[in-house]
Unconditional design. Structure first.
Length: 210
C-alpha cells in the first residue's frame, strides 16, 4: 500500500472541479452518451499518434479507467462544457505517486469542435491548481508522442518544460497492424514554477478571444 502523507492526505476518489466555463466531473458510465457524440466528430480514433477510444470501445475504456481509480492509480474525469451543456472529452490525473508527491496529467481527448478552444486551457488550469494547491505535489508530468507536434506545442503553451525524450519507450501498432517503436517526450511543471505558470494561465484565460 502506498504511503499517504497524513499532513496532506490525498482523497481516495476524484473530487469534482469547477469553473464558469468547464466542469471536471468524476468519470461515470452515464457520461457515455455525450462522449460517443464527441468521438463521432471527425473520427477522432483514427489519429494514430495518441490512443483514443472508438465509439464501440468507449464503455470498455470507461470501465478500465474506473478500475484503475479503484486501485488508487488514477483520478479519471469527464470534461463538461458549460456553454454546450454536454460532455466533450475525458482527462485524468494518473500515475498517482503518493510516496513522492508526483502525478501525471494524461489520457486526454476532446471533441473536434472543442480543440483549440478555451476548454483545454481551463481544464488543465483546474487540474494543475488542484494538484499543486490541494494535493501539494512537487511536480506534474505530461507525456506525448515525439511526433505529436500539436500536443507538444499545447503542453509547451501551458508553461511545461521538456525534461527529455524516452527513446524506444513503447511498442505500438501502425495502421497496418505492424509493430513500431514510440519515442515519448516527457514534460513537467515543478512546484516552484507553479506561481508563475498559474499567473500565465490566468492571463490567457482572462484574455481569451471567443
Amino acid at each position: 500500500m502506498s504511503f499517504i502523507n497524513m499532513a496532506n492526505p490525498w482523497p481516495l476518489v476524484p473530487l469534482p472541479l469547477y469553473s464558469d466555463k468547464v466542469h471536471l466531473v468524476p468519470l461515470a458510465l452515464e457520461h457515455a452518451v455525450d462522449l460517443k457524440l464527441a468521438l463521432e466528430e471527425n473520427d477522432l480514433w483514427n489519429f494514430w499518434l495518441t490512443p483514443i477510444p472508438t465509439v464501440s470501445s468507449l464503455e470498455k475504456e470507461i470501465k478500465r479507467r474506473l478500475s484503475l481509480q479503484n486501485e488508487g492509480k488514477m483520478f479519471p474525469y469527464s470534461v463538461y462544457d458549460v456553454l454546450k451543456n454536454r460532455y466533450v472529452g475525458m482527462t485524468t490525473l494518473m500515475e498517482l505517486d503518493r510516496d513522492n508527491q508526483r502525478l501525471e496529467i494524461g489520457y486526454t481527448w476532446y471533441s473536434k469542435s472543442s480543440q483549440k478552444t478555451i476548454i483545454n486551457t481551463q481544464a488543465k488550469y483546474l487540474l494543475l491548481e488542484y494538484a499543486f494547491s490541494e494535493l501539494n505535489v512537487i511536480a506534474v508530468e505530461f507525456r506525448t508522442h515525439f511526433f505529436n507536434h500539436a500536443s507538444r506545442r499545447a503542453i509547451e503553451r501551458l508553461g511545461a518544460k521538456l525534461d527529455g525524450v524516452l527513446r524506444n519507450h513503447r511498442i505500438t501498432l501502425d495502421d497496418e497492424g505492424n509493430r513500431i517503436l514510440r519515442d515519448t517526450c516527457v514534460y513537467s511543471i515543478i512546484q516552484s514554477e507553479w506561481p508563475t505558470v498559474k499567473q500565465h494561465l490566468r492571463y490567457k484565460l482572462n484574455n481569451y478571444v471567443y
